[in-house]
Design a protein around this ligand. Structure first.
Ligand SMILES: Nc1ncnc2c1ncn2[C@@H]1O[C@H](COP(=O)(O)OP(=O)(O)OP(=O)(O)O)[C@@H](O)[C@H]1O
Ligand SMILES: [Mg+2]
Length: 412
């Protein structure tokens, strides 16, 4: 009888902490979601822990919530981290192949990827992911997996994602103190892409825009692999702050009116329409103009998309991605966002609902859960590799011994 394996994804965001628990289907290697948990994230601001105690409590609440639904305890998690401290760059590594017959082995792949890491990274930064985008064997470019090929020079083009070491360490400490081990730390932006993109979209060229609370993560894929990642320091929290300042309300009321009455289309709102805040708040009793609310929201979302456009221009992909834009994160649930993004970015736009998983949990069919589900999907892939079942050529011994490094290197 095959043993059931449990996995969990823990998305520690700046607004919410989301946990997803799943089992792995041995045949399809697809995660089957059996539990979901959510808690507010009151101890984190823009990806940084500002209150350890609160963060531990929030993580515990989220985990317990998911455990209750799953009927299983969570012992370890794939941890997703987000925030403006996440950065990425491209790097090259080159090695000589000097075995008899010059046949490239897995050890050579290890060596060449290690060579790509031999770049000056400040002491306070930590590599979170190394993604080999493509290999070159002698003059032959664009190779996805060179093991077994013959050559004398092996080169890799790698994408390296880093985070601020102390920031990541503080989140890890809170997770450990909440009583669970960490399988691996994964940048949230890479996890959400795994949940919302199809292989075809990644091949054609696509950008995932994850609008969270503290920031907006952007990741561009082309020819099946990641081309660019960046974090823009503007997110849903800025929209809320603008409303609070513009309409002179408390932050809580501003967030509530944004979610209840917000949209990105001022032209659809009658000039004279008013919202009586006393129905939403005991502190803010005034009446506000809905048109003004929507204008404030539209202005900030337009700015976010302008900054996304600038990111695309940096890599010469402005208006140039055939599979367009996929929007995820809770802040994309604002009405009118698709048209606004389409106009601003001049590309087809869709909302990215998490896919590539099984299980009948209604509430995760929501772009807000893309990161948590993505963590489960990546975790499933790592685990299968560690059992030596799905990764081409990676033997069981190697898979166990080199699991961490390989998992880091070969994804997404
Ligand atoms: N229905 C909605 N309409 C508009 N905005 C929304 C809606 N629901 C949530 N938001 C906004 O989404 C933001 C939170 O998004 P999300 O939960 O994805 O963030 P997070 O993952 O916790 O944060 P981050 O990824 O930045 O660390 C908040 O600013 C919130 O106001
Ligand atoms: Mg998030």
């Amino acid at each position: 009888m095959s043993k059931v394996r449990f996995l969990a994804g823990l998305d520690v965001g700046s607004s919410k902490i989301r946990t997803v628990v799943g089992t792995i289907d041995e045949k399809t290697q697809t995660p089957n979601v059996i539990g979901v948990g959510i808690a507010p994230s009151t101890g984190i601001r823009k990806g940084q822990v500002i209150d350890v105690e609160e963060t531990i409590n929030n993580i515990t609440t989220s985990l317990e919530d998911a455990e209750r639904m799953a009927g299983e305890p969570v012992h370890h998690v794939f941890l997703g981290v987000s925030g403006n401290h996440i950065e990425a760059f491209n790097s090259k590594g080159v090695i000589a192949i000097s075995h008899p017959g010059n046949e490239i082995t897995e050890e050579d792949l290890d060596r060449v990827v290690e060579a790509a890491q031999a770049v000056a990274i400040p002491n306070n930064r930590r590599i979170l992911r190394i993604i080999p985008k493509s290999f070159t064997v002698d003059e032959q470019k664009g190779i996805k997996y060179p093991v077994g090929m013959t050559g004398i020079r092996l080169e890799v083009d790698a994408h390296i994602v880093t985070g601020m070491a102390p920031t990541v360490r503080n989140i890890e400490k809170c997770v450990l103190q909440a009583g669970v081990d960490i399988d691996d730390v994964i940048p949230a932006v890479l996890a959400s892409s795994e949940a919302v993109l199809s292989k075809r979209q990644k091949e054609l060229g696509v950008v995932v825009v994850d609008i969270g609370s503290g920031g907006t993560s952007v990741s561009v894929f082309e020819e099946g692999t990641v081309l660019h990642t960046a974090v823009i320091p503007v997110g849903g929290e800025n929209v809320t702050n603008d409303i609070a300042i513009g309409l002179k309300t408390s932050i809580d009321t501003a967030d509530k009116i944004k979610i209840e009455y917000g949209s990105c289309v001022p032209t659809e709102v009658n000039d004279r329409e008013v919202i009586d805040l006393s129905s939403l708040s005991k502190i803010d009793m005034q009446k506000i103009s809905k048109r003004q609310l929507v204008e404030i929201i539209e202005a900030r979302y337009s700015e976010i998309f302008m900054l996304v456009k600038e990111e695309l221009a940096k890599i010469h992909r402005d208006g140039m991605l055939p599979a367009g834009v996929v929007l995820t994160g809770a802040a994309v649930k604002i009405p009118g966002i698709i048209d606004l993004a389409r106009e601003a970015l001049n590309l087809p736009v869709q909302i990215g609902f998490p896919q590539n998983f099984e299980g009948v949990v209604d509430k995760i069919e929501d772009p807000a859960y893309a990161t948590a589900i993505g963590l489960l999907i990546l975790g499933t892939r790592f685990e299968s590799r560690s059992f030596g079942s799905s990764f081409k050529g990676l033997g069981i011994k190697k898979a166990f011994s080199g699991f961490k490094t390989w998992a880091k290197q070969l994804l997404p």
